[in-house]
Design a protein around this ligand. Structure first.
Ligand code: NAP
Length: 242
């Protein structure tokens, strides 16, 4: 059995990635925090595509919860390890910086950036020992370009991009690749309140992307075919120049 952990897999891009990896033969550890019913739905869909999985509840920003959940799983699977990690969990709390409550600055960074640290550090040891691993971080156009109203989100994703490059340099010799995928506007709950009609005028292909399109790219980066790609940030944004 090959294992993959997707954080924030209860819906949106995380769900689509779970299904893609399930199609590729992975058993999926479906992390969620608040949306139990949605996570169960992801598990049902994983089974429908012919694989299997289980739910793993933890808040990625809480190091104790992460450790406890992964300790429990590891104890129950002594001879196995998780070879693919997709750090997808993320939130946005948009506001002009002048109005931004400190809590909205901190929570966005805690989930995207500290969450990456908590989960990845735990899982890295086994990948290094086994000399194979795939770490894929879901970042954003906002972390490359910087978007107004998103200083917190841009900082979190920009930090994650830098961490991707640094970690790739550390673990490359052990056959562990670390890459970032930077979506533009993708149809999910996160973008459902955006003025799609207006925004799609600035997208060369003239539409928002789908979670499945992002998942295809993640599937490729997780595959053996992508062995020589590491430390990269790959945009998937319909042609918006970054
Ligand atoms: P979404 O539909 O809102 O899903 C967000 C996911 O993150 C949910 O599964 C949620 O799970 C999980 N999550 C949130 N806080 C968490 C926490 N503390 N611990 C564990 N899981 C947590 O958003 P999405 O659009 O699919 O976004 C997925 C990723 O893509 C995010 O990192 C986002 O920044 C990035 N992204 C999205 C777009 C876009 O246009 N949609 C563009 C660029 C980048 P629960 O509900 O169970 O808490």
């Amino acid at each position: 059995m090959k294992y993959a952990l997707v954080t924030g897999a209860s819906k949106g891009i995380g769900r689509a990635i779970s299904l893609k990896l399930a199609e590729m033969g992975y058993y999926i550890l479906i992390n969620y925090n608040a949306s139990y019913d949605d996570a169960i739905k992801t598990l049902e869909l994983v089974k429908e595509v012919g694989s299997d999985g289980e739910l793993l509840k933890f808040d990625v920003s809480n190091s104790n919860e992460v450790k406890q959940a992964l300790d429990t799983w590891t104890t129950q699977h002594k001879n196995e390890y998780i070879e693919v990690l997709v750090n997808n969990a993320g939130i946005n709390k948009d506001n002009l910086m002048i109005w931004m409550p400190e809590e909205d600055w901190s929570s966005v960074l805690n989930i995207s950036l500290n969450g990456f640290f908590h989960v990845t550090q735990y899982m890295l040891k086994n990948m290094l020992v086994k000399r194979f691993g795939r770490i894929i971080n879901i970042v954003s156009l906002s972390g490359i370009k910087g978007m107004k109203g998103q200083t917190n989100y841009s900082a979190a994703k920009g930090g994650l991009i830098a961490a991707t490059k640094a970690l790739a340099a550390e673990v490359g010799p052990r056959n562990v690749t670390v890459n970032a995928v930077a979506p533009g506007f993708i149809e999910t709950d996160m973008t459902k309140d955006l003025p799609e009609k207006e925004l799609k005028n600035m997208i060369p292909v003239g539409r928002f992307g789908t979670a499945e399109e992002v998942a295809s790219l993640v599937g490729f980066l997780a595959s053996k075919e992508a062995s020589y790609i590491t430390g990269e940030v790959i945009s998937i944004n319909g042609g918006i120049y970054t």
